[in-house]
Design a protein around this ligand. Structure first.
Ligand code: KG4
Length: 329
């Protein structure tokens, strides 16, 4: 019988310290997430230096908890898979240095993971049957991309944002209408009480690129010039328009690649309206996958899954692996 492969995933690219144990890339044994959201809330966004310090304070504790929950000892681990980019350099270095020290101490292979590849892999945990090829709509606080996932470790970026990431736009809209940080979930909630009837601009390109700065500025100006504007209507209209922008580009990607399997990924794919509208595409014979809500935002379970696929494809790293803040797929 083939031996099970246990991967220890480590995620510290932004404001979540997370450690997970995953069996054969698909089964979560534990996925401990220590979020710093309450710490950064009062600053209205993530403060990088504070994030790094809190990762240092949390990493050993979170690792011990993950091992305990999975009922695993260091000896049972086959692969150590940390995120090494993209992300905040100081934050990345904490998880990566911990992973390197652990790999050296227990003599287990080190396999670095691209954070975006991790978000894509969140789908493999939710859907045991999902296999490449498919198109991934990657929407988070730092990224907005349409990715052709050709194989587990082979990707082609078909389109990306030319300015703000979609999550940044959600967070900015939340801030200007007075909802606070992190904005995405708060806009999602308020939008459910509003009517999406305010017309907002869309920027189109010949290729599959995105731009969200125009719509973001339009919301800021409308809010500034009309103090009595209904905030719920404004959030609902913003959410509807950005969803239309995503779906228009996805339809272009389907035409271009002839692949009609779509997987969502990243923090913004937790948005209830986006999920509902993408689900409707199934009426057009398009298969839609979306990670469980807990796996949409940053977590080490998805990193361990991607690490497993990197490992079985033969990827190995050594102690010289460095954090790369702008790492590309
Ligand atoms: O994937 P993620 O946890 O971190 C990055 O890798 O960037 O994504 C965080 C982003 C934030 O911008 C947050 O506001 C957004 O995801 N987000 C949402 C929702 N939940 C989180 N945006 C819209 N609706 C949501 N329900």
């Amino acid at each position: 019988m083939k031996k099970d492969i246990i991967t220890l995933g480590i995620e510290s690219s932004c404001d979540e310290t997370s450690v997970a144990l995953v069996k054969n890339g698909r089964k979560i044994l534990s996925n401990v997430i220590d979020t710093q959201i309450p710490i950064h809330e009062k600053y209205g966004g993530v403060v990088p230096e504070i994030a790094s310090r809190n990762h240092i304070e949390a990493i050993s504790r979170v690792t011990k908890k993950a091992l305990l929950e999975a009922n695993i000892t260091f000896n049972d681990i086959d692969v150590i898979a940390p995120t090494y980019g993209p992300g905040l350099v100081g934050a990345l270095l904490v998880g990566l240095s911990y992973a390197k020290a652990l790999s050296f101490a227990i003599n287990k292979p080190l396999v670095g993971v691209n954070h975006i590849q991790g978000h894509i892999a969140a789908n493999y945990i939710t859907y045991k049957e999902l296999e490449p090829p498919f198109i991934c709509v990657m929407t988070s606080g730092g990224n907005t991309q349409i990715i052709y996932v050709k194989d587990y470790t082979e990707f082609e970026v078909l389109g990306k944002t030319r300015d703000d990431a979609i999550g940044e736009a959600f967070d900015k809209v939340a801030r200007v209408v007075g909802l606070g940080y992190p904005g995405g979930p708060k806009v999602d909630k308020l939008a459910s009480e509003g009517k999406p009837e305010i017309k907002l601009p869309k920027t189109h390109f010949d290729n599959l690129d995105f731009s969200f700065s125009g719509i973001k500025t339009a919301v800021i100006n409308l809010n500034h010039n009309n103090p009595n504007i209904n905030k719920a209507d404004l959030c609902a209209s913003f959410q509807k328009t950005v969803t239309e922008i995503l779906i228009e580009n996805v339809e272009k990607a389907i035409n271009q690649t002839k692949i009609n399997t779509i997987a969502l990924a990243g923090g913004v794919s937790a948005n209830s309206y986006i999920r509902k509208e993408f689900k409707k595409l199934e009426e057009k014979n398009i298969k839609i996958y979306m990670p469980d809500l807990k796996l949409c935002t940053d977590n080490a379970g998805m990193i361990a899954s991607a690490g497993y696929y990197n490992y079985i494809s033969g990827k190995r790293d050594n102690l010289e692996l460095n954090a790369i803040p702008n790492l590309k797929l």
